[in-house]
Write a protein that binds this ligand. Sequence first.
Ligand SMILES: Cc1cc2nc3c(=O)[nH]c(=O)nc-3n(C[C@H](O)[C@H](O)[C@H](O)COP(=O)(O)OP(=O)(O)OC[C@H]3O[C@@H](n4cnc5c(N)ncnc54)[C@H](O)[C@@H]3O)c2cc1C
Length: 508
Amino acid sequence: MPAPPTLSQLDARYDLVIVGGGITGAGIFREAVRRGARALLVEAGDFASGTSSASSKLVHGGLRYLKNGQWRLTLESVRERQRLLREAPGLVEPLPFVMPIYADRPPGRWLMQFGLRLYDAMAGVRRSRWLPAGAALAREPALRREQLRGAMLYEDASTDDARLVLRLIGDAVAAGGVALNYCAAQLRRDDARVCGVQLQRPKDGERRAIDAALVVNATGAWADRLLGAPHGAPPLRPLRGSHLVFAAERLPLRQAVSWLHIRDRRPVFAFPWEGAVLCGTTDVDHRGPLEAPLAEPAELDYLLEGLRAQFPDHPLRAGDALAVYAGVRPVVGGGEGAPSSASRESALWIAPGLIGATGGKLTTFRVTAGEVLRAARRTLPALREAGDAPVFDAAAAAAGDRLAARYGARAAARMRAGGAEELLPLGATPYCLAELRWALRHEAVHHLDDLLLRRTRLGLVSARGGEDFLERVGALCRAELGWDETQWQRERERYRTIWRQRHAPPAP
Ligand SMILES: Cc1cc2nc3c(=O)[nH]c(=O)nc-3n(C[C@H](O)[C@H](O)[C@H](O)COP(=O)(O)OP(=O)(O)OC[C@H]3O[C@@H](n4cnc5c(N)ncnc54)[C@H](O)[C@@H]3O)c2cc1C
């Protein structure tokens, strides 16, 4: 990304101003720029600092949505999954799942087999099959053996959610869009019509009014709180989901395992992710502030109870975790029923000068972007037709080039030119100094937490939030951002506080 402009360097008017830099806003931004719009994206915090860095990282149809009869959502999602697997290899990767079937607890084999056949048929692939008990254990030795009848093997996909957002934003900026993080927007209106945004950078208090032919409210769980927005946003029910991250040696899984929790038969899962193992998730009403949601002890107990029942040879305690994190789903429609039965469909609403989009899933960002831009053509008829361009240049990452997949081919080539030493992985993580350096130079890093929690996920997948690497990271920050010792100390304290409050596992 070129260096972001200051507020005074922005144009006075854009075709489209997108408020919200999560996956929804990033997807719309990428697609708008591709179709010829002069687009500005603004994000109040860091890019992907809302729900889009705190998801379960699955690019999936969602078997449980099938069970709830949400056919359209499942169909759309599995098709998008297949497309992203083709067009973003290395960033969206196939993830084999085993679902063990036991004689003494649900689910039963035949119902699962039927559901998975349907799931495969929707995607136009045949991936699911039955494994007898011996084959299931050979594939996943960590499974509970008692009463095991076998397992269903099937396939979904996983990603690094924040990196997906950053890649979309990076590509859109490279194609001429403008994106600003740490810049809050409120809407400006001319009578009943939204005519632009009032921007404010909390850092220096700088303010600027920008005109727009159309504003997009892509603020996720904040969608019904955006200041100045006309009524029309649907009521949202914030539902929190929490996760635990373990070192791979604590729970050495070879693939994803999904099972029904013994307490309430909700589906839960654990899978290898970014060199660690991720376990999730809960689904509870979130009543606290939307910023910085916290995983509550009862949620962690619930996840641990589920893990211990499924992997009895690996008795995990909360203190064994590397990190925890929680995110808030913007579930559309309010309602009081069981959280897990609330629909995950997205909602689109239109008011003069404004289009809003919220709800939905990470997986379906492209579909949401397409719907928003179709609606936008009524105001912006010069927007080009969709075409069928790939999300990313798949060829760049076709050879399983992790760096090219995550940063783009040009960035990867430049990182490699920096020499072999900076490409060595940091500890047991998949990250290297070259990535950190690239992010500091090109990805609008304002704070240390941007670098360690979203540009990379070092803070989630290494011990004590990556304390062991801080010295080397500090040297890079000084070299690339010109931070002096005082600023480094300030940033390190800020990062440690955020990590302690939001990501530290409970004491053993
Ligand atoms: C626990 C959990 C697990 C999930 N797992 C999956 C999964 O495995 N797969 C999947 O497909 N989906 C999953 N989802 C759903 C998915 O994560 C969300 O649908 C998606 O991330 C929402 O993205 P968004 O861009 O709409 O919202 P966000 O990512 O929250 O982005 C909205 C942004 O708007 C910004 N903003 C708010 N107000 C303003 C303002 N005034 N000015 C500027 N910016 C503003 C916020 O700071 C925020 O960054 C999960 C969700 C949760 C909570």
